[in-house]
Write a protein that binds this ligand. Structure first.
Ligand code: PA5
Length: 488
């Protein structure tokens, strides 16, 4: 059974003037058809896919042989170690965390019986808060620990700093051969982590083993690439995951927009954004296990669609495209994603969703069957005899009803169960919808120049060599202004 998409409550027939009408669709259709054929053209051209960072669209079709080595290494690590620390941030972290929470049982780290002989998994290098890493390293045994560092550039401060600490910790316990306990997932041709891998392997071929982050796959679109070793270590069936993503890929590459769930989802949201001022996108799975998937989605939407400039497409004589920022066309838009979860947030953000500003669209994920269930005991209570999953489904339906009743647009993704197949399909759906929304808005959905500002400021203050002169002078000429009168 596959994912289903219920878009009823996005239409004016359900939510009145706050919804999409047939005229709205007719109006945007020519633009949408153009966007669909442009996306198709790029995805079907291997060279363009890599150059323009859309290679992720073909990841579910990876050859089994290509991932066999990853699977083998994952099994080896899984058998040998009690703990694995994954170091990475942003696109090099959120997909892993989402997979961990969706595809393993809750409390995985706490109970051996749930891990089925797989190691405990820890995520670090995704923050500069010293408390988490310090506490972790104080409490686990380095001799029983393996470390996977994920960074395309190798320069990301959070990950780099964490690696330096972890290396010292490993070295103190293991000695000079500590590098055999580290595996790097990184760019296979460039970047400081790649250079480190080459240098370490020259000294000891078993140190700093490495798997490649594929060309043309940006961090937030890379779960089916950089996430594979993690999946192999925790024992997820990668084949099943790819089958789900492939099935969704077939649905989401249909030319007919009305039969393509990702295109339809993006199109309806763009109409609601442009014409009804729905600028907030709340993703609210009714499942605790999918909360981290909502966090992953926040990054996907925010980094892909929140852009300052429109895209300028340059086409060479032989038809090759280059996407540049159109400096004359300020866009400075993008729906703002919010991660929530039912039923926790029914006692929190829901008040604002129902009665606050009508400026958002809520996407629910409804799970039909949970991995386990609980029946409430007794006979004399309203809740007696009901199961948790039954109440969860009812709460989701009730939330939909409450929103629709207040003319608040919302839609529901129906997941038969949280399996590798369905989770793979879900990720692919959101990736394709995001790419299509980028096309509709005519922006480059595959870069994240806005993330550079804070990085450059930190590099400048830290005295990083080689920082461009223009960056340094920009910081010097426009420092942060702190007026004493505004500090209370
Ligand atoms: O989506 C992206 O590309 C980013 O979020 C990156 O993944 C993130 O900034 C981490 O970068 P790196 O992998 O180079 O350490």
């Amino acid at each position: 059974m596959s994912l289903k998409f219920d878009f009823n409550n996005l239409f004016s027939s359900s939510v009145g003037e706050h919804g999409v009408s047939q005229e709205d669709i007719n109006e945007i259709l020519p633009e949408a058809q153009k966007a669909a054929s442009h996306l198709k053209k790029i995805i079907s051209n291997p060279k363009a896919r890599v150059k323009l960072n859309l290679e992720w669209a073909k990841l579910p079709e990876q050859d089994r042989a290509d991932i066999e080595q990853i699977q083998k290494t994952g099994c080896e690590i899984s058998k040998k170690y009690e703990n694995v620390i994954f170091l990475g941030i942003g696109g090099s972290y959120l997909g892993l965390k989402a997979a961990q929470d969706a595809l393993c049982l809750p409390y995985y780290n706490e109970f051996k019986s749930l891990r089925k002989k797989s190691p405990r998994i820890y995520f670090e290098g995704n923050n500069l808060d010293p408390d988490t890493l310090k506490t972790l390293l104080k409490n686990i045994n380095p001799k029983k620990t393996f470390v996977v560092v994920i960074s395309k550039s190798g320069e990301t401060t959070e990950t780099k700093a964490a690696l330096m600490i972890v290396e010292t910790w490993l070295k103190a316990a293991i000695g000079v051969k500590y590098g055999r306990r580290i595996l790097a997932i990184t760019d296979p041709q460039a970047g400081s982590l790649h250079k480190r891998v080459v240098a370490e392997q020259k000294k000891d071929p078993l140190a700093f083993r490495s798997f490649p982050l594929l060309k043309g796959v940006g961090g937030r679109f890379s779960e089916f690439n950089m996430g594979l070793l993690h999946l192999a270590i925790i024992g997820v069936n990668i084949n099943e995951l790819f089958c789900g993503a492939k099935e969704m890929s077939a649905r989401c590459t249909r030319d007919d927009i009305f039969k393509n769930p990702a295109y339809m989802y993006a199109l309806l949201h763009v109409i609601l954004y442009r014409k009804k001022a729905k600028s907030l996108a709340v993703l609210m799975p009714f499942s605790q296990s999918l909360k981290s998937t909502a966090d992953w989605y926040v990054q996907l939407l925010a980094e892909s669609l929140g852009k300052k400039y429109h895209r300028n497409i340059l086409v060479s004589a032989d038809g090759d495209e280059e996407w540049l920022n159109d400096w004359d066309k300020i866009f400075a838009k993008g729906r703002t994603p919010i991660s929530a979860a039912g039923t926790n947030d029914l006692h929190s953000i829901q008040q604002n969703n129902v009665e606050g500003e009508n400026n958002k669209v809520v996407t629910f994920i409804r799970v039909e069957n949970f991995k386990t269930d609980l029946k409430i005991p007794g006979k004399n209570d309203l809740l007696s005899g009901k199961s948790f999953s039954q109440l969860m489904r009812l709460a989701q339906e009730a939330t939909e009803w409450a929103l629709a009743g207040e003319n608040r647009p919302n839609c529901t993704i129906i997941m038969p169960e949280i399996s590798a197949f369905n989770w793979g399909a879900l990720l692919f759906f959101f990736e394709m919808a995001t790419a299509f929304e980028g096309e509709l808005q005519n922006i480059n959905a595959f870069d994240q120049p806005g993330v550079e500002g804070y990085k450059n400021y930190m590099y400048y203050k830290l005295g990083k060599p080689g920082l461009a002169k223009e960056i340094a002078s920009e910081i010097e000429n426009s420092p942060l202004v702190k007026k004493a009168e505004y500090i209370y």
